[in-house]
Design a protein around this ligand. Structure first.
Ligand code: AMP
Length: 212
């Protein structure tokens, strides 16, 4: 599978991507995870991205294309990949198209995971993420067995720095202004699958049906 997962923050892109990797060995590529790793490690990339991320703004297209240009050429991408949180702007989508054409590759389609705003807001404020392995939990619907400790790797499970009410509201505005136009972009490319879903299983079923 070579898929783009589109959707607002909290739509479930990461959860769906993790489930899909188990189906056929495709790898999840999350630009958010890559950037958070760089911030935690204090690298030059992390320093450049940190302020924008904390405010819920996007980091620059150039920075993202630099990361993805390298990442998509790595060996593990040969088995397929699920792009989670990328592209996020029209210039990124256009640059990705050129990048893939130059590599002789073609995406299957872009999945737009459509979830009502009130569900998204509730999810984002109750979401917790493992700082070690990125596993996603929810204090209401999917809590850790021991509070604050990842069931899988024992890492610290915390609320993301960009999941304060202010940053969440900004991220949703940024999504509407800069990322939602990608739905039209991929529709014009004849590549769009929209799934109205509040459960990740429903999204997986729709993807399986489309892939046959
Ligand atoms: P995410 O985990 O996908 O919600 O991403 C967290 C943050 O990382 C975003 O709010 C942005 O600041 C940054 N980010 C992740 N992916 C991108 C991207 N494709 N373009 C620009 N900024 C990004």
């Amino acid at each position: 599978m070579k898929l783009i997962l589109l959707g607002a923050p909290g739509a479930g892109k990461g959860t769906v991507a993790k489930l899909l990797t188990k189906l056929d060995g495709s790898v999840q590529i999350s630009t958010g995870d890559i950037l958070r790793g760089a911030v935690a490690a204090g690298t030059e990339l992390g320093k450049q991205a940190q302020a924008a991320m904390a405010a819920g703004d996007l980091v620059s297209d150039d920075l993202i294309m630099g990361i993805m240009g390298d990442r998509l050429k790595e060996d593990d991408c040969k088995a397929g990949y699920l792009l989670d949180g990328f592209p996020r702007t029209i210039p990124q989508a256009e640059a990705l198209k050129v990048l893939l054409e130059n590599m002789g590759e073609k995406l299957d389609f872009a999945v737009n995971i459509s979830v009502p705003t009130e569900v998204i807001l509730d999810r984002l404020t109750t979401r917790r993420t493992c700082e070690g392995c990125g596993e996603i939990y929810n204090v209401k619907s999917n809590p850790t067995k021991v509070e604050g400790v990842c069931d899988k790797c024992g890492g610290a499970v915390t609320q993301r720095a960009d999941e304060t009410e202010e940053a969440i509201s900004n991220r949703l505005n940024v999504y509407n202004d800069q990322t939602a136009p990608l739905i039209g972009f991929y529709e014009n490319e004849g590549m769009l699958l929209t799934v109205d879903a509040t459960s990740s299983d429903a999204v997986i079923d729709a993807i399986k049906a489309k892939l046959g």
